[in-house]
Design a protein around this ligand. Sequence first.
Ligand code: ADP
Ligand code: MG
Length: 641
Amino acid sequence: MSDHSHASPLPEGVDLALTVITLCGMAYVSVSAFLVPLPLAPLALLAVYLAGGVPAASAALRELVHDRVLDVDLLMVIAALAAASVGAALEGAVLLTLFRLSSMLEHRAMGKARRAVQALMSLRPETAFRLSPDGTVTATPVAALVQGDLVIIRPGARIPVDGRIVDGAGSLDESTITGESLPVVKSPGDPVFEATVNLHTVLTMQVLRPMAESTVARMIAMVTEAQAQKAPSERFSEWFGQRYTVAVLAVSTALFGIFLALGQTFDAALYRAATILVAASPCAVVISVPAAILSALSAAARGGVLFKGGAALETLATIRTFAFDKTGTLTTGRAEVTRLLPLATDETTLLTLIAGLEAQSEHPIADALRRAIDQRALTPAPVTGVETHPSEGITGTDATGPVWAGNPRMATHMGADLTDPALATLQDGSETVVYLGRGPLLLGAIAVADQPRATSRDGIAALRATGIASIVMMTGDRRPVALRIGQGLGLKPDEIHADLLPQDKVRLVSDLAAKGPVAFVGDGVNDAAALARADVGIAMGAAGSDVALQAADVALLSENMDRLAAAHRLSRRAAAIIRQNLIFALGAMAVLVTGGLFFDLPLPLAVLGHEGGTVLVVLNGLRLLLDPIRNTRPPTPPVAP
Ligand code: ADP
Ligand code: MG
């Protein structure tokens, strides 16, 4: 099948021109036939046949020769020719006219769904104001910006490429990327994304990525790729379309013979066989699934939810268990160092040494340390040969020798003793404790606290409300911390799994999969394997994060957990619309075929029913596009202390 049934690969202008020619020709022929005879009516009829039939016929023949598949569109042309050959040329023309018209409508509708995301590209400004080292500002084409360039963003202007704020603070409207309507406040160090709007202040940003690698560019590439992949139900409808097209052709030919044998005239028998050919054509069945999936993928992308394909969309609708990572997923991942406990060293060394170890780390703990160091105007100690141990900690070598930082598991590996009474108060708290040591010598410990996202509780509640009974949290952190966060979010103790290594998360996901499809929601740090193992891997807050975008099947660009429930709802709505479409398309086909077999259904009516049904399923699929993912409710206002 070419693109999809009916969705002719013609350029839109040609598509429109052919449709206009067909419609005008048809009008002319009708006036001549039913009102006043007009000159050159046969020529107009010929125009209808040529403009209506040739493009579909040539495309279908090309496919027959190249791919050895029978396009449904070919059935229409055969039926029209059959009608013409038995003196029903006018009815054949009606067929081709309606066929042409519906082809164009479907083509447009599918194009609209497909391009709904590409429109983001056009939101990027053409020029940016580059700040030279000597302080002058020059207007520069965005395409010429390179990594490291400084750019001035005026109030109301769009961000030209992905970057990081270096000077100024203010709120940005990021709805183009995250679908989030509330402005986000950003300050130096925070990332900003191409095509988002700087609302009120002047910002200076540093270019992080050239235009071609921006988040928007990757979003569009991902959605385009997703649209090209086939969902399981889509494969069904295509498989059905192909088998069925051959079958319809065979059955119609057989019926023609049967009608003849039953004593009908050649003309009547061929006319009826052609009517049944049209009535039984599976165009609506074939297009019903891609129409819904394309629309859903686009609607989701506009809401900041990127599906890697229709398959992920369909699987999400069937999920029985949602498993959440804790750090960076249910929590903000913006941890703060809350307490310092130097034992065999002083506070400053404790901080600078851990910070030195974590200097290159992606873990939220590393972020907390970078901020703590900045606040105290300290610099990280130089540490080399750094190695991360997922869900345990980090090792390296400083001027004195090997050092390590990590959780109790790491400390135990190193033979460190964690029974120092001074540690008790730190361990009793519900913060994450990071120990620092030199071999078995414990140098000290710090406590790091991370807060749940404001939307996590509501997001989990929304999932439960849709009937998801099994929701669990998985973390490499200690159980007391896991319990504090998890119970605060409405999870029961038996739904909270702590002290896990990345491979433990994978095993747990596998265990849960015995009860039905599992979705794993993570941030890509220490949980990429679980994201990959789950039936649907969902990356949270993935704007600008390569790891998460690659490991997951679904990327939530927003950090708003409500998006997850919304994406789940969308997947269920898409599944429902696919079901509706398939039932309607098969039902309409049954009615039309019955009419053709037993009730002398005239050809034009069969055509009207067939093409009308096809357009209807496309429009029904397009409904998903009208209603992009929105927040279920405004975020809960922060509770006053
Ligand atoms: P989660 O599963 O909640 O996302 P992780 O698996 O990322 O948590 O980490 C689990 C624990 O391992 C952390 O709480 C921390 O104690 C320790 N850890 C992991 N990475 C590091 C690191 N880079 N530095 C220090 N400790 C770490
Ligand atoms: Mg994590």
